[in-house]
Ligand binder design. Structure first.
Ligand code: FMN
Length: 264
């Protein structure tokens, strides 16, 4: 059973708060004592999202497949919307990084945030690859340039690169790569969400990131780069960001296009 209910702790009985927040509420019914329970025959509809566990005011529910204990937080803490707005609006792409790599423990702490992203049917299957040295990042830049050269696109990029400027991965000390299973429909969407979480969290910690578009394209098409990355079986690159300590501080928020919205 994925969902276990401690009926000694359960207080709301037939109000079934747990069932009412379940994405598949029809899998719940009441047992002989009117306590909510997941119908055994339908339990494989459970996506282990943990909403039943989160809503239970008496901590009576545990969702057994969750890998780590739930994140507990002080419900009295209010997150001011203006702080969130500031975080979102001041995030910028960083393209000049200090020559100081992040220690493994900091990388782990940063990456951990992606476990909280939404994923289709709560599958949580984005995989990660961390390129953790500048030398390896530079080799990947070179392979990306080889791809651009042989596909005859963006000559200026190649010329600029050959002048000595790593326009591909910007001499970043790290490259964080999101991988998805080939053929998985939501792979790119979930990688995009995850990388966005990562980039915003990095910004909150004073770190800098930049999406690695050239690399991502090359890594889906160019065999020597795919081989260099030695991807896990049946996985492909869905997106990537460069990461490091930014050299510069920015002082203003840029112009953006007007919102383009169709109201019906
Ligand atoms: C999918 C995607 C791919 C990108 N690829 C690159 C890239 O390869 N190199 C780069 O310097 N910037 C890249 N960027 C950064 C954009 O140029 C940048 O987000 C945009 O100019 C807005 O600037 P800002 O991020 O500072 O607000 C990419 C951004 C996205 C979302």
């Amino acid at each position: 059973m994925i969902v276990t209910i401690d009926t000694k702790k359960c207080r709301c009985k037939e109000t079934k708060l747990c069932a009412s927040v379940c994405p598949y509420g029809f899998i719940w019914d009441l047992d002989e004592n009117n306590y909510p329970r997941v119908k055994q025959a339908l339990e494989n509809y459970c996506i282990a999202c943990g909403h039943c566990e989160s809503i239970c005011p008496t901590d009576a529910i545990k969702v057994g497949t969750l890998a780590t204990p739930p994140f507990r937080y002080d419900k009295k803490i209010k997150i001011p919307a203006e702080h969130v707005e500031l975080l979102l609006k001041t995030r910028r792409s960083v393209r000049t990084f200090k020559n100081t790599p992040l220690p493994r423990v900091e990388l782990e702490d940063l990456l951990d945030i992606v476990r909280w992203i939404p994923t289709a049917s709560n599958k949580q299957q984005v995989k990660w690859m961390v390129i953790d040295s500048k030398e390896k990042v530079q080799q990947i830049s070179q392979l990306t340039i080889d791809f651009i050269k042989q596909s005859n696109m963006a000559k200026e990029i190649v010329e600029y690169y050959e002048l000595g400027d790593d326009i591909i991965l910007r001499n970043a000390p790290h490259l964080i790569i999101a991988l998805g299973e080939k053929e998985y429909f939501w792979g790119s969407a979930e990688a995009g969400i995850a990388l966005t979480y990562l980039e915003l969290y990095a910004h909150a910690k004073g770190l800098g990131t930049c999406w690695a578009g050239f690399f991502t394209r090359a890594a889906t098409l160019y065999q020597p780069l795919i081989e260099y990355l030695d991807l896990p079986h049946n996985h492909s690159v869905c997106g990537a960001i460069m990461l490091g300590h930014p050299v510069f501080k920015l002082h203003s928020i840029p112009f953006r296009k007007e919102l383009d919205v169709i109201w019906r």
